[in-house]
Write a protein that binds this ligand. Structure first.
Ligand code: SIN
Ligand code: FE2
Length: 221
């Protein structure tokens, strides 16, 4: 006969791999998934940023994005007054984007698999830096050549309120708090869902200082 503790072990949450929170049919937040990787990935990230530093980009609409951007991998996402697009060349330096470092790639591939997307082959890693007050308006990731691969998003530093919407800009959004080391993966039927980030609150993170850095891995080409 089931005792009072039996429910604890039949809870749906326990049937999920550890720390996996489902936020859509094929979308998950992997709580703290990147934490064991941080020490190894920060030197890689520093080396990438020494080559291709953060810069503030302008959108085709003429707005300067509040998040500063850089990229690594074969393709880097950029925007200017003419379009949003992926390029093989960092337009600031007129050189190829830095290569996608091994630890970053491994983390992205393993996180994707943990969320049900085996065989992820990222060729683009967008690096967003948010200082307090910076945000990312609701948008879809749709500059990639095909949408069969998921988006893998790694959060570092100050917390953020992530907005996860539907397939229409006007659809209701879920608010999901993201902390240092959390990874969000969305793909499949959810691949083109609108998402964004509310303005980051003031704060000082013990490892990352007064900023949030987000890495988004995609197969772009
Ligand atoms: C993005 O959608 O490019 C960034 C998402 C985030 O910063 O969490
Ligand atoms: Fe995005």
């Amino acid at each position: 006969m089931p005792g009072p503790t039996a429910d604890l072990f039949t809870d749906e949450a326990l049937q999920q791999p550890a720390g996996r929170e489902q936020i859509g049919e094929q979308s998950y937040v992997l709580r703290g998934y990147a934490l064991p990787w941080v020490e190894r990935l920060l030197p890689e990230l520093r080396a990438v940023l020494a080559q291709s530093p953060f810069r503030q980009m302008v959108t085709p609409g003429g707005f300067t994005m509040s998040a500063a951007l850089s990229s690594c991998g074969a393709l880097g996402w950029t925007t200017d007054r003419t379009s949003y697009r992926y390029t093989t060349i960092d337009p600031t330096r007129q050189q190829p984007w830095p290569q996608l470092p091994a630890t970053l790639r491994e983390l992205a591939v393993m996180a994707a698999a943990h969320a049900g997307f085996d065989g992820f082959k990222p060729d683009a890693c967008l690096i967003n830096r948010y200082v307090p007050g910076a945000k990312m308006s609701l948008h879809q990731d749709k500059n990639e050549r095909c949408y069969t691969a998921p988006v893998v998003s790694v959060s570092l530093g100050l917390p953020a309120m992530f907005l996860f919407g539907g397939h229409e800009r006007s659809d209701k959004t879920q608010k999901v708090s993201l902390f240092h080391g959390d990874v969000v993966v969305w793909g499949g039927v959810d691949r083109l869902r609108f998402h964004g980030v509310m303005p980051i609150n003031e704060g000082l993170h013990a490892v990352m200082g007064p900023q949030r850095i987000n890495l988004t891995f995609r197969t772009a080409g």
